[in-house]
Design a protein around this ligand. Structure first.
Ligand SMILES: *[C@@H]1O[C@H](CO)[C@@H](O)[C@H](O)[C@H]1NC(C)=O
Length: 297
């Protein structure tokens, strides 16, 4: 009997654990003056209850009555009134909370609770998930963007710089601004971990001679106006020039050609002259020998 009930408990327990359960991250960074989105999902025993029958409540861990978010604004603590919004659709089992205008004492922990509203009956069944809460780590200053380049810049060739910054407010993505007036850069936004996001801007331009030794700056402007920036100095490699080889070669070959032509002409001219001289010599010799013969006789 004992064994049987144990077995029954083992079989039944997954059913119970499959019931109301919220999953949150334990801790998240939040930038003071900016905003944060606390990711939250939950499971429920009955599938697909409409949003209208579910009531989501966020409260401080210190007390269920210390309400941070609820549909009825009047029940929210004055400090949080107007600063919290349920971004998730409860009908889609999403209980993500947005908190704006973050103050340095908004560290929480914040807990999610759900209430199931019975249709016919105004009385309410309450379910609480106080075991799952999220604390915020306050950042007084924003994280710096990171600049990445793949290769050295070469004159006349396209050059790419990537600027990325980490944040925790996907509902108001930080804007990334460059100090250059190049055509539009590519923006990428992705979740790198639960609640932690990366905004990226990819800048591509043709490196010119005038870019050498100039600074490229990327500034991240967060919701709430806080900014941070990073810069790199460009070194532009000049395109290879073969003029220092081509010009002397051309001059050398040209000189050689002219010299050869000159030599050929000279040889031709000289040949004619030799022949002429030989002829003259011949006639002179003939004349001389004729004279000497005449003298002997
Ligand atoms: C929950 O809702 C938020 C805000 O709309 C959204 O960014 C997030 O992707 C949703 N999460 C899931 C698991 O659907």
């Amino acid at each position: 009997m004992m064994k049987f009930s144990l077995l029954l408990a083992v079989f039944c327990s997954p059913v119970f654990t499959e019931q109301w359960k919220a999953s949150l991250v334990n801790s998240l960074d939040a930038l003071v003056t900016s905003c944060v989105v606390l990711p939250c999902t939950f499971t429920q025993p009955k599938d697909n209850l409409p949003t209208s029958r579910l009531r989501g409540i966020w409260h401080l861990k210190t007390g269920k009555d210390q309400i941070v978010y609820q549909e009825d604004m009047t029940r929210i603590l004055e400090n949080f009134r107007g600063r919290t919004k349920l971004l998730g659709q409860l009908g889609q089992k999403n209980c993500s909370l947005e908190m704006t205008d973050i103050k340095d004492h908004d560290n929480g922990p914040f807990c999610f609770r759900i209430e199931l509203v019975e249709n016919a009956n105004p009385t309410v069944n309450k379910f609480s998930f106080v075991e799952d809460c999220v604390s915020l780590k306050m950042l007084p200053e924003p994280p710096k963007p990171v600049l990445i380049t793949t290769k050295t810049a070469t004159e006349g060739h396209p050059y790419t710089i990537t600027c990325s910054v980490i944040h925790t407010c996907p509902s108001h993505v930080p804007t990334l601004l460059w100090n250059r007036k190049d055509p539009a850069s590519i923006e990428i936004h992705r979740e790198i971990n639960s609640g932690i996001w990366e905004a990226q801007s990819i800048l591509t331009f043709t490196a010119g001679e005038k870019d050498d030794h100039t600074d490229v700056t990327c500034t991240a402007q967060f919701y709430g106006k806080k900014t941070s920036s990073a810069k790199i100095t460009l070194y532009v490699k000049r395109t290879e020039s073969y003029n220092h080889i081509i010009i002397p070669c051309a001059v050398g070959i040209g000189t050689a050609v002219i010299f050869t032509i000159f030599c050929i002409l000279m040889v031709k001219k000289y040949k004619n002259r030799i022949v002429e001289l030989q002829n003259q010599e011949g006639s002179m010799w003939n004349r001389l020998s004729r004279i000497s013969r005449r003298g002997r006789t």
